[in-house]
Design a protein around this ligand. Structure first.
Ligand code: KG4
Ligand code: ZN
Length: 336
């Protein structure tokens, strides 16, 4: 492939409309992210139909801004990469349809990208990090422990048996009246709290030691709050946030280090929105000690963005993958 191969990435799987330009897959020339949070927060979560409509309104402007920021024209693009799943199907369809139209009009190749693979590939942006490594993928919809053997080669080692880690953050934040999305708000509140104030349980799943379970933890936070309200005991939101966050982070860190031992792999990476969590980043680095090398994308590249989609699309294309005009949106697209 030519030097300075330019990929346009498009991401519309949930509530961020994003377009980005990368050069040679890894260098970010632009990464525009239009957040829809203000339209969803009053409902306490993402409303799928609103998400689709907002993507439709924003996609052309966001893409033009990505081109302007990168100081390029549509005709300079070499590849169009778009998230085709998993995610909200109506939201995905906006990005996929737009990307197909662009690819057809520009006569440039199109590649459909798996959103989860995009999160993993965020680790390759702006640095020369490479497989093999253990990756903990923690987002609003996914909690996976993956052994990344090579680019595009994965072994799933463990996953959640119920709620995703991000979902647990969002539901707990709602119960605490903190707002949406819950992860960053709990992260912030927890800084002022005592993480040992309340001992919340973490489920250990017999015979499935690399699995996660967060629904019991969510129920125990709800029970704690109901009990305190009934008995008139004051609720210190910061302490509940910190104690809940500790329970989640302990489980994530323990299993991640266990996975690294199982695979005899000394390199660990974090990916997905929850990878932006300060406590998780700190605790993993501390618990791993000197024997491991720990990587995580900068916070803006942990949450949904199109630069990670452009990066993953570039690698898929260089490995010979290409999509055609039958590309569709797949709500439950699998990676493993
Ligand atoms: O990867 P992402 O942007 O979207 C999905 O693919 O789901 O992840 C969003 C999730 C939300 O649940 C959000 O609360 C969580 O990531 N999140 C965080 C933090 N920032 C975002 N969770 C904990 N701490 C954070 N700082
Ligand atoms: Zn995501």
């Amino acid at each position: 492939m030519k030097n300075d191969f330019l990929t346009l990435g498009i991401e519309t799987s949930c509530d961020e409309t994003s377009a980005a330009i990368t050069s040679d897959g890894r260098s970010i020339l632009s990464n525009c992210i239009f957040s829809q949070i203000k339209w969803h927060e009053k409902f306490g979560g993402v409303v799928p139909e609103i998400a689709s409509r907002k993507h439709l309104e924003a996609i052309c402007h966001v893409t033009q801004k990505a081109l302007d920021d990168a100081k390029i024209e549509f005709s300079d693009i070499d590849l169009v990469a778009v998230t085709c799943g998993p995610g909200l199907v109506g939201a995905l369809l906006v990005g996929v349809s737009y990307a197909k139209g662009l690819s057809y009009a520009l006569k440039k190749p199109l590649v459909g990208v798996n959103h989860i693979e995009g999160h993993i590939f965020a680790n390759f942006l702006e640095n020369d990090f490479a497989p093999p490594f253990i990756c903990l993928v923690v987002s609003g919809g996914h909690t996976h422990l993956v052994y990344v053997k090579d680019y595009g080669e994965y072994e799933l080692l463990g996953q959640t048996v119920d709620d995703a880690a991000g979902e647990a953050f969002d539901k707990t934040a709602r119960a605490l009246g903190l707002g949406y999305p819950g992860g960053p708000l709990i992260d912030k509140a927890a800084k002022a709290g005592n993480e040992n104030a309340i001992s919340f349980p973490i489920a250990h799943i017999k015979d499935r030691k690399l699995s996660f379970s967060f629904s019991g933890l969510k129920s125990s936070v709800l029970n704690y709050l109901n009990n305190a309200r009934q008995k008139g005991i004051p609720i210190v939101v910061e302490d509940v946030a910190a104690s809940f966050q500790k329970a989640v982070v302990d489980a994530l860190v323990d299993n991640t280090l266990e996975a690294a031992k199982t695979k005899n792999c000394r390199t660990i990476a974090l990916a997905g929105g929850v990878a932006a969590n300060n406590k998780l980043r700190e605790q993993l680095t501390k618990a791993a000690g000197d024997g491991y090398s720990i990587h995580y994308p900068e916070p803006i590249l942990c949450t949904d963005n199109a630069a990670m989609i452009a990066c993953s699309g570039y690698y898929r294309y260089s490995m010979g993958f290409i999509s055609d005009m039958t590309l569709n949106a797949y709500a439950n697209l699998k990676l493993f």
